[in-house]
Design a protein around this ligand. Structure first.
Ligand SMILES: [Zn+2]
Length: 554
């Protein structure tokens, strides 16, 4: 498959190894050292990290794309540039997802100032200062940034410099590398989004500040989707009116799993994998019963109550049959840096590691979430905004306004977290072969016209040796053609075939036969959950200034 060589001047050692690894996983590039730029050929790409701007003169008259960063450090002791917002201009050179955005940013460190020349186009400013410009030379772009490429600290991964609050040290580089590899044939998943509200159940057609009918109407009118992360312990009963609303609005409303008993730090305690397996199996049995009695599907995707996951839990979820999970990536890394410590963590459509469910990023739905939305979109991750019933305490305007912001990014598919995970893969067409690079353990796709073979490409953004074996099922019409283990040799398919790829690690154990957790239906969990529900449901009756902060801080 097409690889683009990027010549790093004066040496690729000047670029942090973890950054080289991450970038080479995100885009098909190979970095090579280049101490003599006269050796570069027409059409090559150059990354100049020498800080010597004279290099630009040296490239004059040659058809070479280049990126120039100053030298220096971005350490905390460096004086920051003025302004704490990065303003992206409306330049056509910029990725559509960035154009015209003003995103809050931590103070820029190591800033060295950029002198513009006539004809330069400013791509981004911080305060009044241009921090990223593009200059055309021989019809090809030269990118100049005012901030050095970072030297990561021990224990850091590139994600720490490419996230919602601090992205500018690496974003222009990734943008440039995407530009030089645009014709490689790789395609990322489309823009997908979902709002996720933790805790509500279907005991009544409302929950706290939420009225499900209004929610469905608003979601339809303002084009968004809400997935309720509901507690399996609550799934013993459902109100027929609430069930009907969900059944009538599958495009707007869906359900996923939120813990099991919703006890404190339920999925982040130090427990054995065996104990987590019991918990995961019980939650699936409870949801299965709910599905049979209501006819409503519940996505096999786990949203953690009270924070995050530990690795034993992520492994047990996969074994029990959960297709995925979602979590704050900052928290996921902090608790599981050994599992997810690879350089590509947080930059791919999902975090994938051996013996773990794939984890999608989710972040808080609040009035200041634009940066997180744009970064998720830019990194081709599903956009998952999380809130609670009290996110709608002042009505549904925050949800509708946020949906508008998401919809302004381009063509967005709103849907359930299940839809997101099943479409979480990259593709590359090579002649009539379609290669799939999976970031999910269950994938659905319809074979496009012109494709005769389907191959599996190992995910580049995963921890090395992640054991990802898939079974392939092909449905032609309603006919199941067979099941076959995926291997390196592409398999024959026909345009229009409906394909399902399922990881062999998914659901290795029959959850119906796993024992209950030892603390199953303990005398504490059930009354505690009822009390929480009573508290949530009575909250709209209490004047807002009398609602204790801790009721709305979860
Ligand atoms: Zn919760």
């Amino acid at each position: 498959m097409n690889q683009t060589t990027v010549h790093v001047y004066p040496s690729s050692d000047a670029l942090d190894r973890r950054i080289r690894e991450a970038m080479a996983s995100l885009v098909p590039v190979t970095f090579v050292s280049c101490s003599d730029l006269t050796a570069c050929a027409e059409g090559d790409a150059v990354l100049n990290v020498s800080g010597d701007r004279e290099v630009i003169e040296g490239l004059r008259g040659r058809k070479i794309r280049s990126f120039h960063a100053p030298t220096g450090t971005t350490g905390d002791n460096e004086a920051p540039a003025d302004g704490r917002t990065i303003h992206f201009t409306r330049s056509r050179v910029l990725d559509e997802r960035l154009r015209g955005r003003s995103l809050a940013h931590e103070p820029l460190r190591g800033y060295s100032g950029l002198r513009t020349a006539p004809g330069d186009e400013v791509l981004a400013c911080c305060g009044e200062n241009p921090v990223w410009i593009v200059r055309e030379q021989e019809g090809l772009p030269i990118h100049l940034v005012s901030v050095p490429l970072p030297a990561l600290l021990p224990g850091e991964v590139p994600f720490h410099r490419l996230h919602a609050a601090r992205f500018f040290e690496l974003l222009p580089l990734l943008h440039f590398l995407r530009e030089v590899t645009a014709s490689s044939g790789w395609k990322s998943p489309p823009l997908r989004a979902c709002m996720m509200l933790d805790d509500p159940n279907l005991h009544w057609p409302s929950y706290g500040f939420l009225r499900y009918e209004k929610l469905a109407q608003q979601a339809k009118a303002r084009r968004f989707h809400v997935a309720l992360a509901t507690v399996p312990l609550d799934a013993w009963i459902a109100h027929p009116g609430a069930v009907k609303l969900f059944r009538d609005h599958p495009e707007q409303l869906s359900l996923l799993v939120h813990g099991n008993d919703h006890s404190k730090h339920e999925l982040s305690q130090s427990r054995s994998k065996e104990n987590y397996l019991r918990l995961a199996a019980q939650s699936l049995r409870r949801m299965n019963r709910f599905e049979r009695s209501t006819g409503l599907p519940v996505a096999r995707i786990m949203a953690p109550p009270h924070g995050g996951f530990v690795s034993n839990c992520l492994a047990a979820l996969l074994t029990a049959g959960f297709e995925g999970a979602c979590a704050s990536f900052g928290d996921l890394f902090e608790r599981n840096s050994e599992l997810f410590g690879g350089s590509t963590f947080g930059l791919a459509p999902a975090a994938v590691a051996p013996e773990s469910v794939p984890v999608m990023s989710r972040f808080k739905l609040d009035p200041s979430c634009e940066g997180a939305i744009v970064l998720s979109a830019f990194l081709d991750r599903p956009i998952i905004l999380v809130g609670h019933h009290h996110t709608a305490a002042d009505g549904l305007e925050l949800l509708a306004h946020t949906a508008e912001m998401v919809n302004s990014l381009g063509e967005v598919s709103w849907g359930s977290p299940e839809m997101m995970l099943r479409s979480n893969f990259r593709t590359c067409q090579e002649n009539t072969t379609l290669w799939i690079e999976p970031y999910s353990c269950r994938i659905h796709l319809t074979v496009p016209q012109g494709i005769t073979d389907l191959g599996l490409y190992p995910p580049r953004c995963s921890v090395p040796n992640a054991d990802l074996e898939f079974a392939l099922r092909v449905k032609r019409g309603s006919h199941l053609l067979g099941q076959q283990k995926m291997n390196d040799t592409p398999l024959k398919v026909m345009a229009g075939d409906r394909i399902e790829l399922v990881s062999l690690s998914l659901g290795k154990v029959d959850y119906r036969k796993v024992e209950n957790p030892e603390s199953s239906l303990s005398l504490r969990a059930f009354p505690r959950r009822l009390l929480c529900e009573f508290r949530d449901r009575s909250m709209p009756l209490i004047p807002s200034d009398l609602i204790p902060d801790k009721w709305t801080s979860g």
